[in-house]
Design a protein around this ligand. Structure first.
Ligand code: GLU
Length: 449
């Protein structure tokens, strides 16, 4: 790991000591601290007021028991989390992740990233994240409902449209948000639409929210390409994952003239030289919650299914990691570089390891970090909150244009900030410094809290 600025190294050591065993959280903090050295040198007031130490300590962490009964009548137990990280810019905002890998360190890394991502959107939202080690895979709808109801029975007291507004993440989509919102409404006897985002269109949701993270990532890459006078037209693209982010990244890349030739799930990847058949992918993944093996079986010999390899072996000019944290490591980065990849943009949160980022950047591959490239999801959540607050509902076209505008402005802010701080073209430095400064200035203004 590269050395940190002399004022930041002890802060990082303190974070590691105070949060033992939380490797992903340490990684997320280190990545931000690596970038902000020049800002700290130029602005001693940030360290004088301990803004960075305070930023690394969540404002509140809630951990709770989630008991529920499975279909056979057996009592099951999971652990629930909500880390309310920073509310300098607005109510805590960020998704809920239901996945067996969830523990406090995962929620803290996601919550920490969310602070800077939300700041970059320019919307008035603070950062938070939550979830559970519950695995929705293989559970019946009734089991998922009972779990969500038990989860909300504890969480509701911590939420509110001016306090904390969760949404989805891995394992939490429209079905889960429905059960969570229904239970919140029942317990509180309030139709408080603005308390959760990612709602269905008939009960307070926003158009484009389902598509927003993937579309936003594709828009961001289109802006990167436009910067060099180019576009998606005729470009070969690889998208890892096959969930909500991946599906809508693929859809928008196709609409913009690119061809996505591979995608993956936790069992393996498919390579389809004709371009991923999106209708079939949606049917298998969205409607049936099935596996990609079915994609290969249904299409036949044209498609190659690989269960024991890496999707980054598939040659492409643009790679969009849209699955999960640390899925693109040094070996993957070396394969991408060897195959002539020019752009990597993160649709998922922290999918690229620090070593892989360094390899890509030193090989001249343009790299867009998730807090910039995948901010479209949470930005559209903020648009959903706006619609809820004004009891309004916008058209698809208008909402999509707002999303595209927000992504354009994040792209410009990243590049301008990177240029100002002597790192032209470095989206990591640009995103971290631009995201950090806005939150840090607000924290200074709000006093020692
Ligand atoms: N989970 C998404 C993210 O990582 C969206 C959060 C939200 O909409 O609040 O940004």
């Amino acid at each position: 790991m590269p050395d940190l600025h002399e004022k930041l190294a002890p802060i990082f050591d303190e974070v590691v000591a105070r949060n033992p065993g939380e490797a992903e959280f340490h990684q997320a903090v280190h990545e931000v601290l690596e970038s902000i050295g020049p800002v700290v040198s130029a602005n001693p007031e940030y360290t004088d007021a301990e803004v960075i130490r305070r930023l690394c300590e969540p404002e509140r962490q809630i951990i709770f028991r989630v008991p529920w009964t499975d279909d056979s009548g057996k009592v099951q137990l999971n652990r629930g989390f909500r880390v309310e990280f920073n509310s300098a810019l607005g109510p805590y905002k960020g998704g809920l992740r239901f996945h067996p890998s969830v523990y406090l360190g995962i929620i803290k890394f996601l919550g920490f990233e969310q602070i800077f991502k939300n700041s970059l959107t320019g919307m008035p939202i603070g950062g938070g994240k939550g979830g559970s080690d519950f695995d929705p895979k293989g559970k019946s709808d009734a089991e998922v409902m009972r779990f969500c109801q038990s989860f909300m029975t504890e969480l509701y007291r911590h939420l509110g449209e001016y306090t904390d507004v969760p949404a989805g993440d891995i394992g939490v989509g429209g079905r889960e948000i429905g059960y969570l919102f229904g239970h919140y409404k029942r317990i509180t006897n309030r139709y408080e639409s603005g308390v959760l985002t990612g709602k269905g269109l008939t009960w307070g949701g926003s158009r484009v929210r389902v598509e927003a993270t993937g579309y936003g990532t594709a828009f961001f890459v289109a802006d990167m390409l436009a910067q060099e006078g180019s576009s998606f037209e005729g470009r070969q693209v690889v998208v890892s994952g096959a969930g909500n982010v991946a599906i809508y990244a693929i859809e928008k890349v196709h609409q913009m003239g690119g061809k996505v030739v591979a995608c993956s799930d936790s069992n393996g990847y498919v390579m389809d030289p004709a371009g991923i058949d999106l209708d079939l992918l949606k049917e298998i993944k969205e409607a049936k919650r099935g596996r990609l093996t079915e994609y290969a079986e249904r299409i036949g010999s044209r498609v190659k299914y690989v269960s024991d390899g890496s999707i980054w072996d598939v040659p492409c000019e643009i790679a969009l990691p849209c699955a999960t944290q640390n899925e693109l490591n040094a070996a993957g980065a070396e394969r991408l570089i060897a195959n002539g990849c020019q752009i990597v943009a993160e649709g998922a949160n922290m999918p690229t390891t620090p070593e892989a980022i360094r390899l890509l950047q030193s090989a001249g591959v343009k790299f867009a970090p998730g807090k910039a490239a995948n901010a479209g999801g949470v930005a559209t959540s903020a648009l959903e909150m706006q619609q809820n607050a004004s009891r309004d509902s916008w058209s698809f076209e208008y909402t999509e244009e707002r999303l595209a505008e927000i992504m354009r402005s994040i792209h410009t802010r990243c590049l301008e900030t990177a240029e100002t701080f002597g790192a032209p073209g470095d989206y990591v430095v640009g995103a971290n410094i631009a995201g950090f400064t806005q939150v840090a200035d607000a924290m200074l203004a709000l006093g020692i809290i």
